[in-house]
Design a protein around this ligand. Sequence first.
Ligand SMILES: [Zn+2]
Length: 70
Amino acid sequence: MKTINEAANNGDSIGPKHEVEVVCGSCGYDLDEAELTADTCADCGETLNLRQNTKIYATTIPAAGGSTLT
Ligand SMILES: [Zn+2]
C-alpha cells in the first residue's frame, strides 16, 4: 500500500512530499490496507513483519514571500 503525503510546512521545518509504501518484510509483497492487520502475509504466508519504504519526491518548494525584488 502506498500513501502519498503532500509537502507540509510545519512552521520552522518543511516536510517534503513523500510516499510511504508498506510491504511484507519477508517477500516484499505490497500489502493493501485490509492486509496490514493480518497476522500472516497474504502472499508468502510468513508471520507479517511490516517494512516501510519511504520515497522522497524531489520537488522544489517555492521560497516563501516570492520575489525578493522590490
Ligand atoms: Zn510476504
